[in-house]
Structure formats: structure tokens, C-alpha cells
Design a binder for this molecule. Structure first.
Ligand code: ACO
Length: 432
């Protein structure tokens, strides 16, 4: 039995009465601080999937899943998506405050100066089999930066060295992402163009080619910039927790972020945006009977789930999905394409939102549902979708890694409840 009294909770286990401090965050969230529980009682807590475990305090992102609130450093996602650009948001996440005009100009200038990759990087790229998944390549490219910039290896280096690693990573990420795309397409790599802004440059390196100048379409560039902002951080999600736990061993930033990319790759996390389009294509190939697939998703004997629906923390609506839905409409209207896949998406959305199964379980389209649709309309192949998520999430990973290092947090090392065999005698081979 556990009862909470002001800022101390009392836990009764057998005849033991254990006092547990209650900590309170700036938005009134309360947590039992069990960090000393094992010392005083021999007990650990058990929570598979960390569904109810606070692994850290953090001053970066606040989200309230019940009310659909998301704020970076106190600023609402709605304001940031409408009024800031991605590099401004990156500065905010990494440094904690909005930049002055001068700070932002200097930050952008530094990023622009570091967009080129070392020419030897091409050798690494050439060794990849054509058609290998872009996320695997991205992980390898990011961690290879530690070889090109050995100054990054010691995360205890003074701040300037650490900031240089951060700037390099933000600057080179679009170049790496575009290079991966070009390799997929079998096209020559485009070098960055420093007269363009961050997102324009990425579009130029992706969709531009050596035969003609790429003309930036502002609707597309603005929508992509917004998408990156919406993905920039999401507190202690699977990939961010991975970056923190890997970084807690004092490995360098590039290795920690590369691990975050691996975690993001999975279809239950960032890989969902690719799975959304694959699902829509499968429904189309099956004759477009979306109701059949909704029924499959509801059938408990069928492992199929509607990709892009539901969320671990948002249980009423995903504030990012509301913003992105508007962008999706604008992009589709601007590009003026007719795509049967998008018709199926609209019908699925409508059906699921009006179906009791989805309503009761609070399953609604999440950010990945709409982002997949926008990326497809922009012309990105599905395998690149999660790479775009990684491009957006990068400043969040960096900010969380930096916060953890600044606070000198201990190495992450969860406990377990052992359920295997008790001690037994070894049986020699001839007796087995
Ligand atoms: N389709 C059908 N049923 C679903 C779906 C879905 N997409 N998502 C959840 N459910 C059902 C579950 O079967 C369960 O039903 P039950 O209570 O009858 O057993 C109930 O809803 C709760 O589901 P959980 O898996 O317990 O919810 P959880 O919070 O653990 O999972 C998750 C959240 C992983 C996102 C889940 O909704 C899912 O698998 N969605 C599809 C994948 C996806 O879109 N992932 C992207 C997430 S957003 C992001 O990473 C940026």
C-alpha cells in the first residue's frame, strides 16, 4: 500500500514503513523519488517499457498527453511552428533561450560554414550495396564523424570543442541525408550551396541535379521547415532515451546520436511514417477496401495495426498532427496531385475517427500519419521518410545529450527481477 502525504510518500511493505520523497516539476507533475529505495529496503521498482518511470528531470520539453500540450523550453509548439524557423528552434533547444537577431545570424553562419563532408566520406558511401536502407547508412555516416573529428571523442572537453561537434553535426546532417538519397537514386551527389538557407539547401542537394538549377518552392520549403520543427524534440521517447543512456557511458556525441537513429528506425517509433505509406499501398493493391483493413486492425486474433494511429502519451489528440494536417492540405493543393493513396488515407482517417473501437481506445492519427503523406507528395521515396524524422529530431537529441552531460548524470543501468533457473549443477555432455 502506498499513500502520499504532502511531499513525502509512505510505502508499507510487511512491517517496514519506508519514506519516499515526492519531487514536483515546474508544471506540477509529481514523482516518487525511489533512487534510494533499494538502499533502505532492498526493493527495486518494476516497470517494463518504462511506461511510468521518470528517468531524469529535464528543462527542455514539456508535454501533457491528456491535454495535447507540447512546449519546447516553455514555448508552445503552435507558436514555434508558426513564427520560428528550424534553426531558431534548434538554437532554443540546444542553448535554452531564444536567440537574439545577432545570435541567430552567427549561429546560422557557423552552420553554413560546416555543411561540407570530408571527401573521404564518399569512399564509405561507395561501399554500401545499392538499395541498402537509408537509416542503416545514416547511422554509419553519423558515427563515422567521430573518426573524421577525433576532437569529439572526449565529451568532457571544454565547451568550445563540444559546441563545434554540435555545430558540425547539425550542419552536416542535411548533406548526409541528401547524399543517401542520391545514392538510392543512382544520381551524382550535389554539394551544398551556402547562399541557401538550411531547408532550401537540403531540398537543393536532394532534388537538384547537375543539369539544371533547383528552383525552391516556398510552400514546400515552409512545410518541410514546419515538419522539422514539429519533430525537433519529444522529451524521453525511445530514441531520445537511447541517446541519453548511450551518452551516459561518456561516449562521444556522434556515437550517441547514431544509437538514437537506430532506435528511431523501428516501425513502432519513427519507422511508422514509412509503414503508413506501405500500409496504404497494400490497401490499394488489395482493391482499396479500407473497411476490411479497419476490421483487421480491430480483430484481436490479427496482429495488424493501423500504422500512424495511436500514441503512447497523447491520448486525446496529437498537437503536432493538427498543425501538420493543415500543412498537408496546403502542400497537396499547391502540388495539385491526385493520388489514390491519399484518397485511401482520408477515408481511413474518417472511418477510424468515427469508429467506437478507435474512439474508446483514444486512437487517432498521429504525426506520422500526416508526415508520410506530405513526404510522399513532395516526392520523397518511402525509405527516406524516417531519415527526415531523424533530421528533425537531431536538435532534440543534442539538447538532451548536452543536458545530461552538463548535469553529470550517472551511467544508465536499470535493474531486473530475475525469473530464470536457480543455481544448478553443470551436466557434462555425455550425460545430457
Ligand atoms: N491499430 C489498432 N489497434 C491499436 C493501435 C493501432 N494502431 N494502437 C493501439 N491499438 C489498441 C491495442 O491493440 C490495445 O487494445 P486493447 O486495449 O484492446 O488490448 C489498445 O489500443 C492500447 O494499445 P497499446 O499497444 O497498449 O498502446 P501503447 O501506448 O503501448 O502503444 C503505439 C502506442 C505503439 C504507438 C501503438 O498505438 C501502435 O502500435 N501504433 C501504430 C504504430 C505507430 O503509428 N507508431 C508511431 C507512434 S508516433 C511516433 O513514434 C512519433
Amino acid at each position: 500500500m502506498i499513500e502520499t502525504m504532502s511531499d513525502t510518500a509512505h510505502l508499507n511493505v510487511g512491517d517496514q514503513n519506508i519514506e519516499i520523497p515526492v519531487i514536483t516539476g515546474t508544471e506540477g507533475e509529481k514523482a516518487l523519488d525511489i533512487s534510494k529505495l533499494r538502499n533502505s529496503s532492498g526493493l527495486i521498482t518494476y516497470d517494463v517499457g518504462y511506461k511510468n518511470t521518470g528517468a531524469t528531470t529535464s528543462a527542455i520539453t514539456f508535454l501533457n498527453g491528456e491535454e495535447g500540450i507540447l512546449r519546447y523550453r516553455g514555448y508552445s509548439i503552435e507558436d514555434l511552428a508558426e513564427k520560428a524557423d528550424f534553426l531558431e528552434v534548434s538554437y532554443l533547444l540546444v542553448n535554452g533561450e531564444l536567440p537574439s537577431k545577432d545570435d541567430l545570424e552567427k549561429f546560422k553562419k557557423k552552420i553554413t560554414m560546416h555543411t561540407l563532408l570530408h571527401e573521404d566520406t564518399k569512399n564509405i558511401f561507395e561501399a554500401y550495396p545499392t538499395g541498402s536502407h537509408p537509416m542503416g547508412q545514416l547511422m554509419a555516416m553519423i558515427s563515422s564523424l567521430s573518426s573524421f573529428y577525433p576532437g569529439s571523442l572526449n565529451p568532457y572537453r571544454e565547451n568550445d570543442e563540444r559546441m563545434l561537434s554540435i555545430i558540425r553535426l547539425i550542419a552536416k546532417m542535411p548533406t548526409m541525408c541528401a547524399m543517401i538519397y542520391k545514392k538510392q537514386m543512382g544520381h551524382p551527389v550535389m554539394y551544398p550551396k551556402n547562399s541557401l538557407d538550411y531547408v532550401e539547401n537540403y531540398l537543393h542537394m536532394t532534388f537538384g541535379n547537375v543539369t539544371e538549377e533547383y528552383e525552391v518552392d516556398r510552400t514546400i520549403a515552409d512545410a518541410l521547415d514546419k515538419l522539422l520543427i514539429l519533430h525537433a524534440d519529444h522529451e524521453q521517447n525511445c530514441s531520445t532515451s537511447t541517446v541519453r543512456i548511450v551518452g551516459s557511458s561518456h561516449v562521444n556525441l556522434y556515437a550517441a546520436v547514431s544509437a538514437g537513429v537506430a532506435a528511431l528506425w523501428g516501425p513502432l517509433h519513427g519507422g511508422a511514417n514509412q509503414k503508413v505509406i506501405e500500409m496504404l499501398e497494400a490497401i490499394k493493391a488489395d482493391g482499396g477496401n479500407y473497411q476490411k483493413w479497419v476490421d483487421k486492425a480491430k480483430d484481436k486474433n490479427d496482429p495488424f495495426r493501423l500504422m500512424g494511429f495511436g500514441h503512447r502519451v497523447y491520448k486525446n489528440f496529437d498537437p503536432r498532427a493538427n498543425i501538420i494536417k493543415d500543412s498537408a492540405d496546403k502542400v497537396l493543393a499547391k502540388i495539385g496531385i491526385h493520388d489514390p493513396i491519399l484518397d485511401i488515407a482520408k477515408k481511413l482517417e474518417e472511418t477510424a475517427l468515427n469508429d467506437d473501437y478507435f474512439k474508446e481506445r483514444k486512437l487517432f492519427p498521429n504525426v506520422d500519419f500526416y508526415s508520410g503523406i506530405i513526404y510522399r507528395a513532395m516526392g520523397f521515396p518511402t525509405e527516406m521518410f524516417t531519415v527526415l524524422f531523424a533530421l528533425g529530431r537531431l536538435p532534440g537529441w543534442i539538447a538532451q545529450w548536452k543536458e545530461m552531460r552538463d548535469e553529470q548524470q550517472p551511467i544508465g543501468r536499470p535493474r531486473q527481477v530475475y525469473t530464470g533457473s536457480q543455481s544448478r549443477d553443470f551436466v557434462p555432455m555425455e550425460n545430457r
